[in-house]
Design a protein around this ligand. Structure first.
Ligand code: ARG
Length: 472
């Protein structure tokens, strides 16, 4: 009889093979250099599985005790970085199982009863991702809180709102920041939603068809804090749609941060000068002594690319796979890990960066003046006096042209000049042209009037303090 533990390659499955794998193939097929990251989740999953096996009488109580003791030792070795990871053992699962067996003997070899690495790895990733989602939620909240604080300080600070990057109408800087708060709120909802579908237990599916042992999947699900079990064994081991959903949610987070970054970069350009970023988020130039570059937002904008790429990579990874598990799926980890790392670091930095934004209200107001931002308000004023909107639009357009020729704003033309474009212009027209008047007039729900912005902030604070909807 072949003794599997003593054969030439020492691999867990090498009994069937007559020659060892080629060195390059070993490296090509191994995942341990990156899936080591799942080690603690792997141990947690194994312990839950072992407890279930013992409860069901599939392994002995003494086996369970040995496994628990051995796993505690393995965990400590990993924590203290004494653990010897080996490429010979392919992945995190086999590395840990082999060490466990070396420590506790036959009980270690019994751990894999009624289980396959296929349902094991699917379980590990779900456990890991669930935890990462919870971490990202905390960071998104911190980012939101920073946006709220800055928005509150600038609930009434006028700035030009843009369409086509042309000055359009006055908004408040607080209102503008609250737009990003809303995006982050939806990002959190998406993560929470994706977490629900990720939070199901694959274990019990074994390789693909389930197992002939009298297992108790509901028990394992409870032990691991899953909301339930994956209902079909083939689906449980093979699909990674939960990972793809997560990557899509992450891509949207990066899209939003990237849009914000683009604005920060523009605002910080001396040509615009609306804000300044704290020095700790900027770098200088090695050749141009005057430069202070917004590297952090530029990198965030750039890093969105790799996250989008990972989403595309995962979709492509999945699309041609027949049921059930295929080794292709081992390729899910690096894109997922990098997605989490990138989004986590980006959000952590942005939560801090927002608090370090120095605002220049004067530059914002100067830009408003140059851009005839209240022209629409004058047109609306004429409409309220009975002029059809198209005629009002035309009259104000002519007035803007005249102001442009004189190099002044509409109010500076004076009432007499304005009346030449429409006799409906009355004494009260100048207040309509004021930025404050324009802002105050947009006092409906979701509008930019300072009182509405303050109301939006107050409501946002309530939802934010109502606490975490997620729980592990
Ligand atoms: N390292 C593998 C992965 O990440 C674990 C599952 C391997 N299963 C197998 N039958 N080779 O997907």
């Amino acid at each position: 009889m072949t003794d599997h533990s003593n054969d030439s390659s020492g691999k867990a499955w090498s009994g069937r093979f007559s020659e060892p794998v080629a060195e390059l193939v070993k490296r090509y097929t191994a995942s341990v250099p990156f899936d080591r990251r799942l080690a603690f989740h792997d141990i947690r999953g194994s312990l839950a599985h072992a407890r279930m096996l013992a409860k069901q009488g599939i392994i002995g109580k003494d086996d369970l005790a040995a496994i628990e003791r051995g796993m505690a030792a393995v965990k400590l070795e990993i924590e203290t970085e004494e653990f010897q990871w080996s490429l010979d053992d392919e992945d995190v699962h086999l590395n840990i199982e082999k060490r466990l067996t070396a420590l506790v003997g036959d009980a270690g070899k019994r751990l894999h009863t009624g289980r396959s690495r296929n349902d094991q790895v699917a379980t590990d990733i779900r456990l890991w991702l669930r935890e990462e989602i919870d971490g990202l939620d905390v960071l998104l909240r911190a980012y939101q809180a920073a946006l709220l604080d800055l928005a509150e300080q600038h609930a009434a600070t006028p700035m030009p709102g843009f369409t086509h990057l042309q000055v359009a109408q006055p908004v408040t800087f607080g209102h503008h920041l609250m737009a990003y708060f809303e995006m982050a709120a939806r990002d959190r909802e998406r993560l929470a939603d994706c977490r629900k579908r990720a939070n199901r237990l694959p274990l019990g599916a074994a390789a693909l068809a389930g197992t002939s042992y009298p297992i108790d999947r509901a028990f394992v699900a409870r032990e691991l804090g899953f909301d339930g079990v994956c209902a079909n064994s083939l689906d449980a081991v093979s699909d990674r749609d939960f990972a793809i959903e997560f990557a899509a949610a992450a891509a949207l987070i990066m899209t939003h941060v990237s849009r914000f970054s683009e604005e920060l970069i523009l605002w910080m350009s001396p040509r615009i000068g609306f804000i300044d970023l704290a020095d700790r988020f900027c770098t200088g130039s090695s050749i141009m002594p005057q430069k202070k570059n917004p590297d952090v937002p530029e990198l965030a904008r750039g890093k969105s690319g790799r996250v989008f790429g990972h989403l595309m990579g995962l979709l492509t990874l999945m699309k041609g796979q027949p049921l059930a598990y295929n080794k292709d799926n081992q390729e899910d980890k690096e894109p997922l890990f990098d997605t989490v790392d990138t989004v986590r670091d980006t959000l952590a930095i942005f939560a801090d960066l927002v608090g370090g934004i120095r605002v220049r209200p004067d530059a914002m107001r100067a830009a408003l003046r140059q851009g005839y931002a209240t022209a629409t308000d004058l047109a609306d004023y004429l409409v309220k006096k009975g002029l059809p909107f198209r005629d009002a639009h035309e009259a104000v357009a002519l007035a803007v042209r005249a102001a442009e020729e004189k190099g002044c704003d509409l109010a500076e033309l004076g009432l007499d000049a304005l009346r030449r474009f429409s006799p409906l212009v009355g004494e009260d027209a100048l207040s309509v042209l004021s930025v404050e008047g324009s802002l105050a007039s947009r006092a409906h729900l979701g509008g930019t009037a300072p009182e509405q912005v303050r109301a939006a902030i107050a409501k946002a604070r309530q939802t934010l303090s109502r606490g975490d909807l997620l729980q592990s």
